[in-house]
Design a protein around this ligand. Structure first.
Ligand code: PDD
Length: 282
């Protein structure tokens, strides 16, 4: 496939970065994944806003505007066939001349972007949708999870636990037994018809799929939505559990640690929410 590295489009297997790049040595960078279907981007504006906020938070001075980012995404989609593509955007602090923790001065950030194939978004059909199985574990990542940092070892280790247990994801809870999110997704429960998700704070990533879903449920459905603390007791007693991300959209969870969620089947509220999401995603 064709990627982009510091101003140049080139075959992915020919892209080269310095081993002194701080993205490589320190995980010192910010990234995004934007889904696209047939050349149409989903959530482009909020994804770029989040990327710019992340770079500002870690003081990477990289000042592309939305039009420049859009041009990059469109060129990458076109050069890679305009199919169903995830677009990965990555800005690291760049390659210094030495390994030294402090932010260097006068170093150009590295901009790398590539595409990868993603599945067709899930259809609002219980018999065709995939029911996800998840593990759960205490969230042992850092306390700045609102920053979409390229330093993902904490997330990777949590994801691996679920994977090793034969599951598709791992949902996470803090020291107070409160749900935070999943290793690469946001998390939701449904109880008595109400959709509930943990509030935005430094314990979770402000997911764009989460944002769009809440928006769409409030605008286009009569489903009640709450952003509030969710305990793991509530997760265990939930009628439905969902996880959301750019590549999965709204994914129904049918078991947690091998125990069935609700009836163990994909739920009715998911079906309604997925229909609305399908009709109104932007
Ligand atoms: N994961 N929480 C975490 C920790 C994530 O890594 C992600 C995204 C999300 C969902 O955010 P969004 O809806 O904006 O994709 C929540 C991406 C897709 C990844 O790392 O591959």
């Amino acid at each position: 496939s064709i990627c982009y590295l510091n101003g140049e489009y080139l075959p992915l297997d020919q892209a080269r970065i310095s081993p002194l790049d701080r993205g490589f040595l320190f995980g010192d960078g910010i990234y995004e994944v934007i889904p696209s279907y047939g050349g149409k981007l989903v959530g482009f504006g909020p994804h770029i806003d989040r990327m710019q906020e992340g770079m500002a938070l870690i003081e990477i001075g990289f000042d592309w505007d939305h039009a420049q980012w859009k041009d990059l995404c469109q060129q990458l989609m076109a050069k890679n066939g305009n199919g169903n593509l995830g677009i990965y955007l990555h800005v690291s602090r760049g390659a210094d001349t030495k390994r030294y923790h402090a932010y260097p001065e006068g170093v150009e950030p590295t901009l790398f972007a590539f595409t990868f194939e993603i599945a067709q978004p899930p259809v609002a059909d219980k018999s065709k949708a995939k029911g996800y199985k998840v593990s759960s574990t205490e969230d042992l990542r850092w306390r700045r999870c609102h920053i979409k940092s390229t330093a993902l070892l904490g997330n990777v280790m949590h994801f691996q636990k679920g994977y090793a247990e034969g599951n598709n994801e791992t949902i996470l809870y803090n020291a107070n037994n409160e749900l935070t999110e999943a290793s690469a997704c946001n998390a939701f429960i449904v109880k008595n018809g109400v959709v509930i998700t943990p509030p935005l704070d430094t314990q979770i990533l402000p997911g764009i799929t989460r944002l769009m879903l809440l928006d769409i449920l409030r605008k286009y459905t009569d489903i009640k939505v709450e952003e509030r603390v969710v305990t793991m007791k509530e997760v265990a007693a939930a009628d439905e559990v969902w996880i959301t991300s750019s590549s999965k959209e709204v994914a129904p969870v049918i078991s947690v640690d091998g125990k069935a969620v609700g009836t163990g089947q994909i739920g009715d509220v998911w079906l309604k929410a997925q229909k609305a999401f399908e009709a109104h995603r932007y």
